[in-house]
Structures are given as C-alpha cells and as structure tokens.
Design a protein around this ligand. Structure first.
Ligand code: ADP
Length: 616
C-alpha cells in the first residue's frame, strides 16, 4: 500500500527533527557568537589596546544579533502543521542562516587581519555545526563557499583593493602579501575544513541511520500493536522496513499452513506487473536451508546468485540485491520478510541483524493477529451455518403454525375440549420455537452482514419513528400506552440502519412485551456530552436485582420472566449488546422489580467526516 501523499515518511520525520532542531541550535549559538564579537572587540581594543577597526567590528556583531532576531521571527512564522511545507521552509531558513553566517565570518576575518587573522579557526567551528545540521553533500558546498570567501579576501587584500589590518603586534606588516603564507593558510584551512566536514558528515550519517532504525523498530512495534486488521499490519510493516533500510521495496510472504507454500501478503515499492507473479524469488533450497533454520539470506548480486529463481524477471524489475529474514512465531515459522534494492551489494550483515530484530519484534503480534483472524473466520462460518439452518427451519415451523390455526378455528372439523387444549399447547411450543428461530437468525445476521458493513452517519429519529409506528398497533391491542419523545434537531450517530433497527426493535419490543395492560412505554432521545442517549423505559414487571448482571448473556432470562409464561429466548439483549459494542456505544439498565425497567443506550454522535448513509 502506498502512503497517502501528505503523510510524512519515517525518514522525513527524523529529518524534520534534524533540520528544525539544527535551526534552533544555530540560532542559540549565534546569540552567543554575536555577543562575543562585541565583548571581544571591546576587550581587545580597550584592555589589550590592539589596533582593531572597532566600528566595523561592532557593526558586524550587531548585524549578527539583528539577523538572528529576524530568524527567530521567521522560524515562528514558518511553523505549519503540514510536515512537507514545514520541511521546505525550514530548509530555506537554515540555508539563509548559514549563508549570512559565512558573510559575517568573512567580514570578521577581514576586519581582524585577513589571512593573518587569529579568527580563522572560527570558520572551522562554524563548519562543524553546519556539518551536523545539514545532510549529505551540503556541508561540502559550504566548505567550497567558505574557502572561496577566504581566498577572495586574501586576493583583494594582497592586491590592495581592500584595506588590510594587522591586528597582532609583531607580525610583519606585509605578511598578507606573502604568497607562501597565503598558500599555507588557505591550504591548511582547506584540508582541516574538508577533514572536519567529511568526518562529521560520516558520523552524522551513521547516527541518522541508527536513529532511523530505532524509529523504524518503534514504528513497526506501533504498527503491529495498533493495526486492527492483518492486511493493514502487514502493509505498514513492509513500508516501514523499506524506508528504514533505504531500500527500493519490501515484501512479506506468509506460510500457508495447509499447502506449506509461501504467498505474498504485503508489498511495498514494487510494480504491479511484478506483483502479479505473486511468487518468492528465492529457491526452495534457500528457504528451507537457511531461512527456515532461522538465518538471514543476503543476495549480493541477484543476476549471478544460484539461490535466485527466475533471475531474469527479477532483474527486469530492476532489482539487483535482496535481503530476506524469517519471521518465526512462538512455535513455528510464519513467513519471510524481504527487502530489495536496485543496487548490487547493497545489504550488509548489520542490515540483516536489524531486519531480524524487526522480524522477532513483529512475530508475536503477527501470530496473534493470524490466530485472531482465523477465529473470526471460524465465527463467521459458524454464524453463516446457523443462518442457513434457522432459515431452513422457519418455513416448516411457519407452515405448521398456519395449519394448526386452521385446525383450531374448526375448519378441519369440530374439536372437543381435550383436543383444543392439546392443540393450544402445541401452538405455544411452536410460538416459542418460532421466536427462537427468529432470534437465532437475528444473532447470526448480526455476526455476518453487520460486521462487514461500514459505520456511517445515520439519522436516529427516522429509525425510531419507523419502529414505533410499526409496533404501536401491538401496544394498543395490549393496552400499553406508547410514547415517543424526540428532540427537534435531527441527531445523527455512527451506526448502520440495520443495526439501529435491531437494537431498538428489541428494546421497544421487550418493553411492550414485559409491560402488562394499562402500563406505559416511553422512548426518549437526548443529547449529552458523551453522545446521543436513547432511553427505553417501561412500567412493566421489572427485573430482579440479582439477575441484572447476567442480562446480556446469550439465552439468559430473568426468573420472573420465565415464571410469567411470556415467550422469550434470552437472545435479544445479547444481540443488542453486540451491536452497541460494534458501534462503540454503551448500554446500561436500571430496574425495580414490579415497577419497571429503563434501558439506556449511548451512541457516538456522527462527526462531519463520517460518510452519510445514502438511504438517509
Ligand atoms: P427474551 O425477551 O426473548 O427473553 P431478551 O434477551 O430480549 O430475551 O431479554 C433477556 C431477559 O431480560 C428477558 O428474558 C427478561 O427477563 C429481561 N428483560 C428484558 N427486557 C425487559 C423489560 N423491558 N422488562 C423486564 N424484563 C426485561
């Protein structure tokens, strides 16, 4: 999976901290440097009585402090949460800072004696800071610029175009025109500057690489622990390792337990046509011999390595070297993690160690995710099975109910008292069976269809109105008053229409079912900081206190409900709880035996970012 364009890559993030941190460091150092120029000038001119051009030196010090102030202001203004834009602006600010510094240093060197100035080592100190802050080749550019400035000062002073100041008493007044001296100063400064730049750049590159790797390990840990599904987890892992190793691409192959074959599970950075091949480049020998024994495989040159299958096709993709490590779970190998480069000989043993660490780090989480996924699949299969079976059961039960009612109405001949009693008992049992079949169907459906359907912005009031309209006749027939109390403003929640209907069908249906004639059922919606709160309260039979904690368990029915003879299965609230959980909501119940029950459902309000339900 390719990262969205505005999401920073791992390397960008660490570079962002380098650059912005470096910019701050430069600014802080410059306050000291500007102050020191002023102080040192005052001390040298007045205490040591050195023949310094005081005014230009004070002006240089003040200029340094002034432009530093401007950079503080510019850095604050440049801040933006957009990482890419911030990076770009900060890079410009750093480049401007370093350029002005060189100019200020050149002026300082000139006022303090040009090629005879004791301030020349400051050029090297500044270069050291620049090499720490700027990446890759930029420090070398600044070495060139600094040396060019120094040479220009030497030339202009030597040729008499610029005035020369001899600030150190005892130095020959014409030393700045001595070609050996000039060549010596320029040569030694160049060697020292180039040495400092190259050493610092190398050390910084190593430090940055380590930092990137620590970040990558951290990012992988985060990815594997926070991913909600295995595909996202693997995609994130592939991207992270490719970036951390600066590789062209990465792939994760998982071992299929039944066929023992390795199949591509996630890829980053490879072309679609290459992906279509869906096979591992390494030969079975390399996989069985090295990888499955827990060792890394480094292929320095894909074109000539005998362990590579289809070397031509791999080379056609532009891949020249690869590194593969096993991902081994608690008891068995889970798969292989591969990174690819378009340069030969790209991966080192240190890279292999690093990738092995990532493999170890991810193995447990990956194994858990795989187990979780297979459990989910099993659960799904079970739910589908229940759905099919109950669906098949419905037709004969419904048919039997119709036939029975026909008989009870006497349409198939007169019935005596005993026959009528027996048939009504059969009818009661069939009603119970039908209720069970319906609840099982609903339960299975809540585990199959709903799980896949994405949560959307769902207006609440139309759903509730629809349900209340549908059950109002039943309530009326039973002598139960049904009241719906909705706010004026339409409230939308993050849910699915089917799920919401199921929740409130159950709660309102139960309230009517468990409320005797003359009672009242009230459905009310209010908005609270925690979300939208929907209460379904009734003045019915209530629930014994000791049964409340078990109410949401499947097949649980309260003692008084069972004794009342009211038909039920104990599945409805279990389904309700599952759906509410899936919506990220909460459900609670309070009840007083013999007086009534209130169910309170709290659902998250839909945010403007939530896609609207088209049906709404
Ligand atoms: P069913 O109603 O089919 O038995 P439910 O899962 O819907 O199954 O409810 C579980 C149990 O919770 C019920 O059997 C009943 O004991 C209790 N119950 C649910 N709603 C109410 C209510 N409004 N008033 C009293 N008891 C209730």
């Amino acid at each position: 999976m390719v990262a969205p364009p505005n999401q920073p890559s791992l390397l960008e993030v660490s570079f962002r901290y380098d650059v912005t941190g470096g910019s701050t460091q430069l600014i802080r150092t410059r306050w000291v440097a500007g102050g020191l120029v002023l102080l040192a000038t005052a001390i040298c001119a007045h205490l040591l009585k050195l023949p310094l051009p005081e005014l230009p030196l004070y002006a240089t010090g003040l200029a340094v402090l002034a432009y530093n102030g401007a950079f503080v202001w510019a850095s604050r203004r440049a801040y933006t949460p957009d990482v890419a834009a911030l990076l770009k602006r900060t890079r410009w600010i750093v480049a401007a800072q370093v350029t002005l510094d060189w100019l200020a240093l050149a002026a300082f060197v000139h006022w303090t004696g040009g090629v005879t100035s004791p301030a020349i080592p400051f050029l090297l100190v500044h270069l050291l800071i620049v090499s720490i802050v700027l990446p890759r080749w930029l420090p070398y550019l600044y070495v060139g610029l600094g040396m060019a400035l120094l040479a220009a000062i030497a030339f202009l002073e030597g040729a008499g175009i610029l005035p020369h100041y001899t600030v150190i008493p005892g130095l020959p007044a014409d030393l700045h025109t001595n070609p050996v001296w000039i060549a010596g100063v320029l040569g030694f400064t160049l060697v020292a500057a180039a040495g400092i730049a190259s050493l610092t750049v190398n050390i910084m590159a190593q430090l940055r690489q380590r930092e990137d790797r620590i970040n990558a390990l951290f990012a992988t840990t985060q990815a594997v622990t926070s991913a909600t599904n295995i595909t996202a987890l693997l995609d994130r892992m592939a991207r992270t390792v490719a970036e951390a190793l600066g590789a062209r691409g990465a792939a994760i192959h998982l071992l299929d337990e039944t066929s023992d074959a390795l199949t591509v599970a996630a890829v980053y950075g490879l072309s679609q046509s290459y992906l279509a091949r869906n096979s591992l480049e390494l030969s079975r020998g390399a996989v069985d011999g090295e990888l499955m024994a827990g060792l890394p495989v480094v292929v320095h040159d894909i074109a000539s390595d005998p362990r590579i299958r289809h070397a031509r096709q791999v080379a056609d993709e532009g891949l020249r070297s690869l590194l593969a490590v096993p991902v081994i779970g608690r008891s068995k190998p889970l798969g292989i993690l591969c990174v690819y480069s378009d340069q030969p000989d790209r991966f080192t043993l240190a890279d292999a160690d690093f990738l092995m660490a990532i493999g170890r780090q991810s193995a447990n989480a990956l194994e858990n995710a795989l187990v979780f996924e297979s459990l989910q699949q099993a659960e799904q299969a079970r739910a589908e099975f229940v759905q099919v079976v109950t669906h098949e059961l419905r037709a004969p039960v419904a048919g039997s109910q119709t036939l029975l009612r026909t008989m009870m109405r006497g349409l198939a001949g007169e019935l005596n008292e005993q026959q009528r009693d027996l048939l009504s008992r059969i009818e009661h049992r069939l009603d119970m069976l039908m209720e069970l079949v319906n609840d099982l169907l609903a339960l299975a459906a809540s585990k199959t269809l709903d799980v896949e359907e994405e949560l959307k912005r769902q207006p609440l009031q139309p759903v509730l109105r629809h349900i209340v309209d549908r059950v109002s006749r039943e309530a009326e027939a039973k002598g139960v008053q049904l009241q719906l109390d909705l706010p004026f403003e339409v409230l939308s929640v993050r849910a699915t229409e089917v799920g919401l209907t199921r929740i409130f069908d159950n709660l309102i249906g139960n309230a009517i079912k468990y409320t005797p004639s003359g009672g009242r059922v009230c459905v009310r919606v209010v908005e609270r900081p925690a979300g939208v709160v929907i209460t379904v309260s009734d003045t019915g039979i209530g629930i014994p206190e000791e049964d409340i904690p078990r109410l949401f368990e499947g097949f649980f029915r309260a003692r008084n409900a069972k004794e009342s003879g009211i038909i039920g299965t104990g599945l409805g609230l279990n389904i309700v709880k599952q759906i509410v959980d899936r919506f990220g909501g909460m459900i609670s119940v309070s009840s007083v035996l013999g007086q009534g029950t209130t169910f309170k459902v709290t659902l998250q309000r839909a945010s403007p970012a939530d896609e609207a339900d088209e049906a709404a």
